[in-house]
Design a protein around this ligand. Structure first.
Ligand SMILES: [Zn+2]
Length: 213
C-alpha cells in the first residue's frame, strides 16, 4: 500500500485568496525559550490550503462542515488529468470519457505545477470548473469533486459553480496538490477539521494506492 499526501503544507508561505486572512503560525511557547513545552498558535481562514467547502459557504442555512456526511469523503476516487485546458467545461468533461458511476473525481490541471514549483503568490489565472461543468457533474451524480487550486470556480465567477455543486449536495475539496499523482484509481481519505458551525475547514487529504495482486 502506498499513501500519496495530496495536502498543501500549512505555513505563512501559503497563497491565500485575495482579501482572506493570512496564515499565521507562531510559537506561543517554546522549549528554546525556557518554556515547559513547545506550543504553536494558529490563525487562518476556514478556506486556507487544502480544505473542504460546506454548503453553508454559499447557501444560507446550508449544512456546516461539522455535520457533513463522512462517507462521501472516504472511498474510491478517480484522478483525471485534464491536459492544458484553461477551464473545466461540460465539453471538456465529455471529452475526458469519464466512466459512469464514478463517485469521487479529482482533477489534475496545470495548477498543480504551481504547488510543485513552490509558488507563494496567489494567481487569478487558475484552471477551475465552469457553471456548465458543475451541472455536468451533478447530472452524473458525482458525490465529491476535488480541484488543485484554492477555488473550484473561476476567479471571475465564484458563485455559480459553488452554488450548483453545493446545492446538489456535492462535496467540494479545494487546494489539492496532484502534481506527483499518476491519473487513475485510488482510495481517497479526506477529513476536514470538525469546526462547529463553520462554512468549511482545512483537511488532510491522502490517496491510497493498493498493489494489484
Ligand atoms: Zn473553499
Amino acid at each position: 500500500m502506498r499513501i500519496h499526501d495530496i495536502s498543501l503544507p500549512i505555513s505563512a508561505r501559503l497563497p491565500v485568496w485575495p482579501g482572506d486572512p493570512p496564515v499565521v503560525v507562531s510559537f506561543h511557547q517554546h522549549l528554546e525559550r525556557g518554556d515547559g513545552c513547545t506550543l504553536s498558535h494558529l490563525s487562518l481562514s476556514t478556506h486556507a490550503g487544502t480544505h473542504v467547502d460546506a454548503p453553508a459557504h454559499f447557501l444560507a442555512g446550508g449544512t456546516t462542515v461539522d455535520t457533513l456526511a463522512l462517507a462521501a469523503l472516504i472511498g474510491p476516487a478517480l484522478v483525471v488529468d485534464v491536459g492544458p485546458v484553461s477551464a473545466i467545461t461540460a465539453a471538456v468533461l465529455w471529452d475526458l470519457a469519464i466512466p459512469l458511476q464514478v463517485e469521487r473525481l479529482l482533477f489534475r490541471t496545470r495548477n498543480s505545477a504551481k504547488w510543485a514549483a513552490g509558488e507563494e503568490r496567489f494567481g487569478e489565472d487558475f484552471v477551475a470548473i465552469t457553471e456548465d461543468g458543475a451541472q455536468w457533474l451533478v447530472e452524473r451524480k458525482v458525490r465529491l469533486v476535488g480541484v488543485d487550486y484554492l477555488s473550484v470556480a473561476p476567479f471571475a465567477a465564484p458563485e455559480p459553480t459553488h452554488r450548483v455543486l453545493l446545492a446538489a449536495g456535492v462535496l467540494v475539496v479545494e487546494g489539492l496538490n496532484l502534481h506527483d499523482v499518476v491519473p487513475g484509481d485510488y482510495e481517497l481519505v479526506c477529513l476536514p477539521l470538525r469546526l462547529e458551525g463553520t462554512d468549511g475547514a482545512p483537511a488532510r487529504a491522502v490517496l491510497i494506492e493498493r498493489d494489484c495482486p
